[in-house]
Write a protein that binds this ligand. Structure first.
Ligand SMILES: [Zn+2]
Length: 212
């Protein structure tokens, strides 16, 4: 199987607990589920509908604040932003707007009208989205095209633990809608492919990329 990020030859392994087939790429570190375990749109929506995402949920406020605390120091010159894959909630967009970065939001299920194809952004944020993507490389390229020159892409997705043994014990791939798993190396490779550079990451789940 070719890697969904760098097109290199990825090696197959099976999680013996679930018998789900995965592929790991030795070049860019990406791990992805075999496409036969991808779920259709309506099954995914049923799962997303269960997510507690109410805007008066103080847990979510703190959760997004941690993300912003990691990202904002690197993007201080940003004037506008897009929250790509916001889910039901526009909370993160509202928090960014309060910070002086006017933020649009888009979600293919809950806010499908939020994308203006001609509009360019200084910052695109996307939290807990990339692990759901069937075509992460194409989405990355699309987001980079929506950035102004020197614009930033700030992503949150849990980085996998790097070995197949530890991966099998990891909780994050047990969500059936999670199908792709990355490390900073995966985004280094994507950045090289699409004229970007990695500015910073926290080794855990947040990475900031700049269009060059
Ligand atoms: Zn790869």
């Amino acid at each position: 199987m070719h890697c969904c990020i760098c097109d290199g030859i990825a090696h197959k392994f099976v999680d013996e607990k679930t018998m789900i087939v995965y592929y790991v790429c030795p070049f860019c570190d990406t791990i992805f589920k075999s496409p036969k375990y991808h779920q259709n749109f309506m099954v995914q929506k049923e799962r997303y509908d269960l997510h507690e995402n109410s805007e008066d949920n103080r847990g979510y406020l703190a959760y997004f604040q941690r993300f912003l605390d990691s990202v904002l120091p690197y993007v201080s010159d940003a004037k506008n932003a897009l929250d790509f894959g916001c889910g039901r909630s526009s909370l993160l967009a509202k928090m960014l707007t309060k910070e002086g970065i006017v933020c649009d939001y888009y979600d293919p299920i809950y806010h499908p009208d939020g994308l203006v194809n001609t509009k360019k952004y200084d910052l695109i944020v996307s939290t807990e989205v990339f692990e759901h993507l069937h075509h992460p490389k194409a989405v990355f390229e699309d987001l980079v095209q929506r950035l102004n020159p020197q614009g930033y892409l700030a992503l949150q997705t849990e980085f996998h633990p790097r070995t197949v043994t530890l991966f099998k014990q990891w909780y994050y791939h047990k969500d059936p809608t999670h199908i792709a798993f990355f490390t900073p190396q995966s985004f280094e490779v994507l950045s090289l492919l699409f004229q970007c550079k990695v500015v910073a990451h926290n080794s855990k789940n947040i990475i900031i990329i700049q269009k060059v």
